[in-house]
Design a protein. Structure first.
Length: 112
């Protein structure tokens, strides 16, 4: 079995970094990717945009906090993971996210 995710996209917000009770850094990020879908009847370009939830741990999370900001184009490698939990009112919730193994900023930052 293979569970491998490779994405190139722009961060839609600054990384949110916190320390877990164990002391390990955890970063949550959001990434937007687009897929070219040809042209419509009027000749205008069509794109589909997807939003991805990312989570990074340890040194990878620290790197995200130090070097990544909203709007930055990044290359991401990781794997997909679905987690489930129960809310305070007893409802079951789940979320699928990409657990990041590595980040690579691409090109200059938008503010440069």
């Amino acid at each position: 079995m293979i569970n491998k995710v490779i994405l190139i996209g722009r961060l839609t917000a600054d990384p949110e970094v916190r320390a877990a009770p164990s002391g390990t850094h955890v970063a949550q990020l959001r990434l937007a990717t687009s897929t070219y879908a040809g042209r419509d009847d009027d000749g205008a370009r069509r794109e589909y945009i997807d939003h991805h939830a990312l989570v990074a741990f340890g040194r990878t999370a620290e790197f995200a906090a130090e070097h990544l900001r909203k709007g930055r184009l990044v290359y991401v490698e990781g794997h997909s993971q679905t987690r489930s939990w129960e809310t305070a009112d007893g409802q079951r919730r789940s979320a699928t996210e990409v657990v990041v193994d590595t980040f690579q900023p691409i090109g200059p930052r938008r503010d440069e």
